[in-house]
Every structure is written in C-alpha cells, then in structure tokens.
Design a protein around this ligand. Sequence first.
Ligand SMILES: Cc1cc2nc3c(=O)[nH]c(=O)nc-3n(C[C@H](O)[C@H](O)[C@H](O)COP(=O)(O)OP(=O)(O)OC[C@H]3O[C@@H](n4cnc5c(N)ncnc54)[C@H](O)[C@@H]3O)c2cc1C
Length: 436
Amino acid sequence: MIGRITSRGAGPRRTTTLVIGAGHAGLAMSWSLARRSIDHVILERGEVANSWKTERWDSLRLLTPNWQSRLPGYGYQGTEPDGFRTMPETIEFIERYADVIAAPLRTHTKVTSVRRSGDGYEIVTDQGDWRSDTVVLATGACNIPQVPPLAEAVPSTIATLTPMQYRNPSQLADGGVLVVGASATGIQIADEVHRSGRPVTLAVGEHVRLPRVYRGKDIQWWMDRAGVLDERYDEIDDIVRARNVPSLQLAGSPERRTIDLNALTAVGVKLVGRLAGISDGKGQFSGSLRNQCALADLKMNRLLDTIDEWASANGFDSKVGAPHRFAPTEVEASPPLGIDLKRGGITTIIWATGFRPDYSWLDVPVLDRKGRVRHDGGVVDAPGMYLMGMPFLRRRKSSLIDGAGDDARELTAHLASYLGDRSAASRPAREAPARA
Ligand SMILES: Cc1cc2nc3c(=O)[nH]c(=O)nc-3n(C[C@H](O)[C@H](O)[C@H](O)COP(=O)(O)OP(=O)(O)OC[C@H]3O[C@@H](n4cnc5c(N)ncnc54)[C@H](O)[C@@H]3O)c2cc1C
C-alpha cells in the first residue's frame, strides 16, 4: 500500500490520493488506484450516482446499449445486452459497482476548496479538511446547464426550464413549447413533450445526426467495433474542436427508435433555425437551418462510409444487412425566421443548450479563459492533479461510462509514476548524512 489514511488530532486527515466525485468516473479511478495499492478516498457531496439521481428527467434511458457500460472489473450481467437502461437501472448499476469494488467513500461531503499546499493539496469540505499528495477531479462535465445570455430577454409571461429542472411534461403549462437545442437532450424532450399534446417548436443549431440502427446493428456497436470510439486525443487534428462537438442525436428506447429531425417532423414538431436573439418579445431564428441539416447529413454519411469500409475489410458484409443511406433531413422551403413569443402561443421554453462543469471550488490556477481545466489527456496543468470524465479526455469515448476504464488505467499509471518520482527526489535529502 502506498501511503496511509491518517488523522492527526483535530488537524486535517491525510491520504495519498483524493478523488472528488462518486459518479462512474470517480469509481473507475478508485478501482485503478486500488489495483496499484495507492491509498485513496472518494469524497462525494451527495450519494453514489448523485447526478443520475438528482439531475435527470424521469423517462431518460441511457443512449448506450447495456453491453456498452463496461467498467473496470464490472460489466452487464443481464439477459438484455442490447437494451437501454432506465434511470433506476443506471443508478442501481453504478451503486452496485461501488459495492463490488468496495470503494472508500465519504458521501454527503462537499468539497468547497482545493488549494496547493507544500508539495500536495489542502482540501476543505463541509465535513472537515484533508491533505493529499494528489487529487483526481471526477466531478462531472455536466454540473451546470448552459443557458445562453439571450434568455434574459424572454418575456416574463413565459416559463423557462433547464433539462435539470425538467422531469416530465405534466409540470409544463398547456400551450406551445419552444425547445432550444437539438442534440441528445433536446430531441428527446421535444419528442416527449410533443407526444403529451403540447405543440413543440425545435430550434436547431449544429448537431450530430445518427441512426439508431444501421445494417441491422446498433450504431454504437459499429462505432465500437470499427474503433471510432477508441480514437485518441493525441491522434486527431483538432482536439479543441472535437471536445466541443455537441452530443450525439441519439436516444435509447425499447423499440430502438431513431429520433432524428425527420422523425420529429413526422410527428408534427416544427423545426426552426438556431435561436439567435430575442428582442421586443420576439424570438429570432438564424437562417442556417438548411445548411446545418445538410452538414449533419454529410457527416453522418461520412461515418457510414467509414463503417462500410471497415465492414468490408473485416469480413462483415455477408453477416449484416446491405449498405444503404438515409433520407436527407427535410426542411421546409422557408422556415420561419421569427416568432412572437408573447402572441405565438409559446408558454414554455426549455434550454437544451448543453451543460458545463462547475469548478467554483477549485482554488488552483488551472482554468483557461472559458473556465475549463487546462490538461493534457487528463494530466492537469498542476503537479499531481488529474481529471476524469470530460468529453474526449483521452479518447472519443471518454465521456461515456464505457470510456472511464481505459482513461483511469492510464491516468493511474501516470499518477503512480508521479508519486514514485517525488519520493525518489525527496530520498537523498532525508538520507543525507548529518553534518559533522
Ligand atoms: C442527460 C445525459 C445523458 C447521458 N447519457 C449517457 C449515456 O446514455 N451513456 C453514457 O455512457 N453516458 C451518458 N451521459 C454522459 C455521462 O456518462 C454522465 O454525464 C455521467 O454522469 C458522467 O459521469 P462522471 O462520473 O464523470 O460525473 P457524474 O456522474 O456527474 O459524477 C460527478 C460526481 O461528483 C459530485 N460532485 C460534484 N461537485 C462536487 C463537490 N464540490 N464535492 C463533492 N462532490 C462533488 C457529484 O455530486 C457527482 O456525484 C449522459 C449525460 C447526460 C447529462
């Protein structure tokens, strides 16, 4: 065991590695640290799987199939590998993982400050202080809904909600709903709200269109097998761009439905361009809807080309359906460029415009201009500090449950070698003979 958890009287408790956050990413890191006998503690402000318990809407299912939630030392054991977990099933899965790996947890412990102190870190929590040699930030990528500044101009008669406040359509007033954003969250909420009988207008910006099933196989199966999800951060051209790509336009459902823009239009959802401004109670939409959709179609077809090439090269052509392409996204000839929010029948706006992490408690100068942690594949720009669970941290799959295992293994190797170097560097000083 490297290091020991200690408490000296009323002073701070000590550990070698402090992991902040008990989502799957923090737990996967704990598994890797334990394998290397590095003593550590996980601090969690709520309970294990807190984000899934408190921040998601009722009907949400994972958009990744059951088989694809592979955590180190733990995977799907049930009879429906191709199904999609509900929220209670997801929570149970992560809770069981914490039990199986006997994670050293301190729940209901909120970290309020992390600062550099000597050659380690001082961590302040609402349950006392800690000192550690190394710190792992596993507090999640989606702590705060990203609401655009133009939200301030929404007329006060219209209710506004973020996806973290949204639970189900019954909490919405009758009347029309404007969903802003057409990635995974926006399309799922637009579909559900529209089916509740409230007419939905969907403001569509940049998005990543994908079919649920292609050539008889789940799209995640293809991306996994063809190595798309394993692409590494240091192998692709523009990692900054890749880390900011919107989430996949995908949903998990027992029927394996594709919920793309064509499917939404077919049930009556009205598509408009990106919400570009609000002035005098009028919403203004960008004229780029057609281009955004054409671009998403193009990129989807490029991915399908890659899949087809991989299938041919690897002898799958005879085992799966024939290659085909999906109908282009249908956009009406002149989509409206404006909507009178007061008189247009809209009673609610839902901001499905993304999420961002919260580092308001991090007192180490590692944030860039946009408030993102500066890091190289999860190795933070501060000695002995590591990051987990961010989009494309080390691989395209890094923000998925399935991506945590590989990242945790590699970052733990780095952390172990950091500890080794540090103790080697301090040895001569300690072992130096006393002066005569
Ligand atoms: C709507 C939605 C759907 C998703 N669907 C899928 C999917 O289908 N499949 C998939 O693989 N991934 C999915 N993801 C992505 C990802 O798996 C989740 O975001 C996941 O919750 C991230 O895991 P994590 O461990 O990195 O962070 P989290 O699960 O958010 O865990 C972070 C933990 O840190 C704790 N914490 C934060 N701040 C502090 C603090 N100051 N002190 C102490 N504790 C703190 C939080 O309470 C939380 O428990 C989805 C994400 C969202 C938002």
